[in-house]
Design a protein around this ligand. Structure first.
Ligand code: SF4
Length: 457
């Protein structure tokens, strides 16, 4: 079934108050990001360098992955390769079964969300506890994350209060953030101490050293991976960076772009198992090679999942993460999802005003606006556009190719529309006018005003 973004967005926007604070909360993060970016004179230089490193790595990905595997194995890490989500989940289950694991603690990993690992493990009798606070909140509510960095951004503290009341037996009606945080900490501590294995995502995998780096603000990956004897890390093939010295470029960009912090509270390096333990790394393709083979979309693999493009996107901020129907929402999700399944996600590239704000904030210079524009063309070429939209665009193209007729149509619209009855102008055919008032029509066209200003006869 196809995802209908406008319909899902409408559902979110029905609650105007929620839509407004969602918009405001994300804009607050965007402003923090701007302040951090402005505080570094070398910000653009950092972005350019990150772009160069990533694009070089992607063009030599096979070589760097092999170097990484060799170096990781030399450190006693078991390396596995998974071609898709199914294989990834089976590998993880096999490792866990071999150690008779009953419960794992997991730090936030969008890749495991993408592979739907939690339900798969639970179906196979293994309890999975997400330990990032936001992630745990949505897990208790049986919801997926609605943002890649702020998974519970769509919820208010009152929602968290009622969730904890139900699942953690906190005081009725108490939604004090400190109280709730303490309750979550006590609950998670129990889980950390009782876990048989830990699972983490991977922010960066360093080919030169064969180790991985995980960035968190809560230290949950550290505690999880330090206590049990088994650590499994899952990464997409694009997470590779060549050298240790490249890492600082990305860590300086990541936190600033994600949450407006100078650096994440914990930047944890894992270069081998804990004493007497085992460490496994599962390297996953799951459709990434397909993107790698398409030159115009290859840059989407440079993404370091900072979430900045989501925070700045006027559509995401007002339509919420669930309206995208994909693990990764917002501008980056709108290009990644149709790369995976154009038919299912054909509406996502249109969830965009082409304002390019996403491209401007992206720390690794993913050309998001350009990709979304190209994706729209793919949708049209594949014939997935609705006949109404397709015909309307065809008519608009026809009209715009005839300047004289276009001038006349503009003239008539300026004269006639203000005289039409409201019920006709704001009919069901004017979707744009559903939530907005048309601005007053100007007396003259842009062309006339331009000529007048320039003194052109
Ligand atoms: S595309 Fe760029 S801005 Fe968006 S999440 Fe990825 S790195 Fe961040």
């Amino acid at each position: 079934m196809s995802i209908n973004h406008p319909e899902l967005a409408e559902k979110f926007a029905t609650n105007v108050e929620r839509m407004k604070w969602h918009d405001k909360a994300l804009w607050f993060v965007r402003v923090k990001r701007d302040n951090q970016a402005k505080s570094l004179d070398e910000w653009e230089e950092l972005r350019n360098t990150a772009d160069k490193i990533k694009s070089h790595t992607l063009s030599h990905l096979d070589e760097y992955l092999e170097v990484f595997e060799k170096n990781a194995q030399a450190r006693g890490i078991h390396v596995h390769w998974a071609k898709d989500a199914k294989e990834h989940n089976e590998i993880v289950l096999e490792i866990l079964r071999a150690k008779s694991v009953k419960m794992i603690v997991k730090s936030k990993s969008m890749l495991t969300e993408e592979c739907h690992l939690n339900p798969y493990l639970e179906k196979n009798g293994i309890e999975v506890v997400d330990t990032d606070l936001g992630e745990r909140i949505v897990q208790l509510r049986h919801e997926p994350p609605s943002h890649i960095v702020l998974p519970a951004i769509h919820l208010k503290k009152e929602d968290v209060g009622t969730t904890f009341e139900k699942f953690l037996k906190t005081e009725k009606g108490n939604s004090d953030p400190t109280y709730l945080t303490r309750a979550a900490r006590a609950h998670l501590r129990e889980k950390f101490l009782g876990a048989d294995a830990a699972m983490t995502g991977v922010n960066f995998a360093i080919a030169e050293t064969g180790g991985i780096v995980v960035c968190t603000n809560e230290g949950n990956a550290d505690l999880g991976a330090a206590l049990p004897k088994l650590h499994i890390a899952c990464m997409g093939i694009e997470k590779i960076i060549p050298r240790l010295k490249d890492l600082s470029i990305f860590t300086r960009l990541l936190a600033r772009s994600a949450t407006g912090q100078p650096v994440t509270t914990y930047t944890s390096h894992y270069h081998g198992p804990v004493e007497g333990g085992e460490m496994h790394i599962v390297i996953v393709d799951n459709g990434r090679s397909k993107i790698l083979s398409q030159e115009r979309y290859i840059k989407s693999l440079q993404c370091i999942r900072c979430g900045a493009c989501l925070n700045t996107c006027p559509i995401y901020r007002r339509s919420g993460g669930y309206s995208y129907g994909y693990t990764i929402p917002g501008p980056i999700g709108s290009t990644l999802a149709p790369s995976r399944d154009l038919k299912k996600y054909y509406s996502l590239p249109f969830a965009c005003s082409l304002c390019s704000s996403c491209s401007n904030v992206c720390p690794v210079k993913v050309d998001l606006a350009q990709q979304l524009y190209l994706k729209r063309q793919d949708v049209v070429d594949a014939g997935y556009l609705s006949p109404t939209k397709h015909n309307a665009l065809k008519m608009a193209t026809w009209l715009m190719c005839r300047p004289k007729l276009m001038d006349f149509a503009g003239f008539m619209a300026r004269k006639m529309v203000p005289l039409l009855p409201r019920a006709l102008v704001y009919s069901k055919f004017n979707l744009w006018g559903k939530n907005r008032e048309l601005p007053p029509f100007p007396k003259n066209s842009f062309k006339e005003l331009y000529k007048e200003k320039k003194g052109i006869q």
